[in-house]
Design a protein around this ligand. Sequence first.
Ligand code: GSH
Length: 255
Amino acid sequence: MPTNFRLITIPVSHYVEKVRWALDYLKIPFQESPQMPPFHRGAVKKYGVTTVPVLIADSLAEPLRMRIVKTDSTDILRYLDTLHPGKLYPPDPALQELSTELETLLNLTLGVSTRCWGYSYILTRELLYPHWTLGVPFWQKLLFPIIFPKVEPIIRESFKITTTSGAKSYQEIIGVFDRVTEVLSDGRKYLLGDRFSAIDITFAALAVPILQPAEQYTASTSLDLLPAQMQADIRNCRSTPAGEFGLRLYRENRR
Ligand SMILES: N[C@@H](CCC(=O)N[C@@H](CS)C(=O)NCC(=O)O)C(=O)O
């Protein structure tokens, strides 16, 4: 078992929050190395990627000194599961199909849509500043005013942010919430049944932008400061069974 874990992050990233939650759940102490975009790229370049989270796990004991690097949030959760077998991913073969279906839907649709939805509304210097600078080194914070005008058009382009992208992403989020509501409709406590799992973490963490749970890692923005359409979308999502479930996971299972 590695003895030293380091997580390179953009603190506000919901894919990062997914990994942070898994590490906390497994009670694995780790050191976070928080970065403001685009400085994260310098921090992760040597691992062959451009995105966070990146987990570096070192075993320092001789003669077995070794390093494991994982560069995708799901790969990290699967790796952590090998250290505490079955705690994140229940081994029951009967659950595999649902587990894979939901994990893929959440990672590829919910995570992408909540991010695009958020950026569609907060891509202004004032609204973005607190999200991007929270917990990052002081010198990066100071550079925000210079960085913002350069990165804003790149984000707009890469996430295809337009006047209609917020509404389109919202519909995609609702589609995922409908599926989660459907899975929960038999009264089960968690997405895979009675036991809390990686799939619950994945849902709640990737839904953070649209649920804004009080317990989220990065302090919640007061809803009143957000654009009116964002406030309406958040309130609608929170009131769905899937939204209530995500908020409950934060209240009861996040620590
Ligand atoms: N599939 C990746 C996605 C991670 C991801 O999209 N990370 C974003 C933050 S939410 C990122 O690092 N973006 C910065 C960039 O693309 O330069 C995972 O699950 O780890």
